[in-house]
Structures are given as C-alpha cells and as structure tokens.
Design a protein around this ligand. Sequence first.
Ligand SMILES: *Cc1c(COP(=O)(O)O)cnc(C)c1O
Length: 484
Amino acid sequence: MDTTSTPPALVLPTTPSLNHARTTLHHTLPSTPLGLDATLKHLESDIAPAVPASSVSPRYFGFITGGATPAARAADSLVTAWDYSVAVHLPAESIATEVEAAALDLLCDLLDFDPEVFTHRTFTTGATASNVIGLTLGRDWVVEEAARRKGVEVSVTDHGLVKAMRLAGLDEIRVLSAMPHSSVAKAVSIAGLGRANIVDVARDGAPWRVDIKKLRAELGREGVGSIVCLGAGEVNTGYLDTAPEDVYAVRAACDEFGAWLHADGAFGLMARILHPSTYPAIHRSYAEELADSITGDAHKLLNVPYDCGFFFSKHLALASRMLANAAAYLTPPASSGPTVPSPLNIGIENSRRFRALPVYATLLAYGGSGYSEMVFRQIGLARRVAAWIEGSKGYELLPRGGERGDIFMIVLFRARDEELDKSLARRINATGRIYVSGTVWEGETAVRLAVANWQVEVEREGAVVEEVLSQVLDKYEEEKASES
Ligand SMILES: *Cc1c(COP(=O)(O)O)cnc(C)c1O
C-alpha cells in the first residue's frame, strides 16, 4: 500500500463552505432541468467543498470510517459502471455470485475462519444489518432449541414468535452483553426482542468485560431464552470483552443453557490477522470462532468504500429457512455450474449491489501481508499516541486500570482539567487538522481517537496528533491566565 501521498490539510469543511452549500440546495424540481454539465458543476463547486475528508484523510479519527484502498476504489467504479444486481445464482448467465462466494472465501482466509464451519456467509450493507441478521437468527434458534429440549418441534419462521415461544415454554428472550455497540440495541428492537431485555453482565471495575458468574446466573433463569452478544471490540476503548481465559467458559455456558452466541466484530475482527508468531505483542480475540454468528464490517478496517459489511454463521439451514425468498421467477434454472446459495435467500435484500467486488479486488491486491502491515501501522499510531498521553501532564489515558498492551486502534483519554475536558473534542476538532469523537466514559466526558485509515503513517500522523494536543492545552492555559 502506497501511503506517501500528502494528506489534505483540513479534515472538515469550513463553516462558510457548509453555509454556501446549504443555500444552493434545490428542494423543488427546477422548472427547466439543469442538464448534466450544470448539475455536475453544482456537485463539484457547491457540494464537494462541504463534504468532510473523513475517509480520504488518515487524520480523521472520528467514528471508525476507514477509507478506500486504490484497488477497492477502482473495483467500486466498475461496480457502478456494470450496475449488476447480485440476487439469484445464475451460473449459465453470470459469474457474479461466484465472485461473491470467492470474496467470502478470501475473507475467511484472511480472518482465519474455517469455511466448512461458517457455512452461512453473506455480504450486508454494514455491521448494523449483520447484527440484525445475527440477533434474528439467534432469536429463532433459542426458541426452537428450548422446544427441542422439551421434546417439541417448533419453527419460528412458520408458527411466528408468539406461538413458538408458548409451545417452547418461554416467557422472555434476553440479550446478555457487556457494553454492546449502540446498533445492537437497534437490532434487538427490530428483532422484536425489546430494548429493555438487554441485560448487562459486565465485570465490576472492567465494564467492557463479560463476568462469567453473572453470565451463568442470567443464563440459568427459568422460562428465559438467551442470546449472548460479545463485543469484539468495545467502541470507546477498542478492547475485547472476553478475557482469553474466559472464552471457552462462555461457549460452554451457552451450550449448557441453550443460548446463542453472537460476536460483533465490526472492527475488532481485524485483530485476528496479526499472527502471534509475527506480532507477539498484539492481542487477538479467540472468541469469534466459537460464536454461532459473527458481524464484520468491510467499510471500516478493510478499507473498501461504503457500504459493505459481512455476516458469517454456522447455521445455513436455519438461515435458508428464515431468509428464503421463494418465487418461481427467482428460481435458478437447473445447470451444470457450481452451486452457490442465491444471495437473496440468505440475506436481507433481494436486489443488491455487487459489493463483493471491491473486497475481492483489495484482498487480491494487498493480501494478508499488506493488511497485517496496515493494521500494525494503525496499532503503532494508537500506541504511540497513548504513550504520549501517559507521559503528558495535561491528559489522562483511559480506561483507568486498562492495560496498555490491550490497546488496539482506539485511544480513549480526557483532559485532567474538568473545564477543558468538557470542551476538549470541540477544541481539538476546531483546529481542523485532525478529527476526534467526544464520548462519555464512566460518567465523565472523554475523547476517543480511532485509527482506521489505510494511509496512516505512525511518524507523520503521530507528530501531527501530538502537536495538536499540545496546542490545545497551551491555548487553554493562555485563556485561563488572561482571564485571571
Ligand atoms: C461501527 C460498528 C457497528 C455499526 O456498523 P455500521 O457499519 O455503521 O452499521 C456495529 N458494531 C460495532 C462494534 C461497530 O464498531
């Protein structure tokens, strides 16, 4: 990956360009259409200057946006040019479903998952959609499993949730988790499970970690079916929520009590590509291969353009039942070509973008070694900034009690001065040179710096971050001194 091009000077649009763009927007159809040239001019001169360089700049550390590698970007242009909908497997007519299947195989290879075990694999619009599929499959499975354990056969897909739960002897379904991503609550709500049924099973003093005792106590409740939702990793700290020594205990508890295990690895999955023999200092989560279902995002650390997520599960038969989209006109004709499940029967959408192509291209172009090297740079920058913060007088590294060796690609910190802390994210972002997210950690405002772009260089970006953080501190102290 060639990271040598100079990053744009500013990561955010200026206020005047935002205001200007706003005044130029059309909210009714023009009486005479603008035509192609004038429309493109409008996009380029009015709208483009008001769009942040969030995915373009290696110095945008808000959310976890990633970027787009040159190979992924080029492939994405082809996707638009071809405008082919990958829905039905038509081996005599199109190679597209086989390219998707190959891209999913390459992802398994990159992330070290056994494709024979994770038989249900599909691309999604992002991690939220993957969480919706995971929790919905989990919902159906725990009800059907509770029924099986009573010697009754039920199908949630056929009977509906209410009747199936009654037949299975279940009053509630709960989702057990430690600091799940906000999209998990949304997925829980869409799946009809109820946001109030998300139960916190976090360890005291380490709220991002699952407490096995609490987990087992919740799993053992009479009349309750459970989905365990692991965060790999937690979005403020990047930490994984299952301590390595607890991973097998979590799986064993799920097996004992008939619970479904879902792992949300939207960005954390990429820690898996750093092989311990090559990068011994880097943590990796060993939990995901034990999960029933896994959420991943490709538009984050894999650095393909929006929108692209993926979903793996071990339950192809259940998924094919729940997500089947049967219609005579959508049934592939008998053919001698390779068999691949039609994407419309194992995912949410019917018509869908050929979003596998950029994944296929970027993995071929850079391979496992290119991506390990990229993640290593991202972790290198995060750890450099963390070390600088630890050595600074004005800032404090969070979480208190966290291990430096657990830092992946997110740095959580605050200003020691309460007043400064309240406006810290705004002051950092006002410099325009880098962008961070404000958050709340253990009741206090904090700042989160997430490294996710493929272009990141440790020395170049590290120096800018440290300069900005020093400047913000100096400026605040000057302001205070001039007030008194
Ligand atoms: C970003 C993120 C999500 C949501 O992903 P989208 O791609 O924005 O839908 C879910 N879980 C985690 C852990 C995330 O970091």
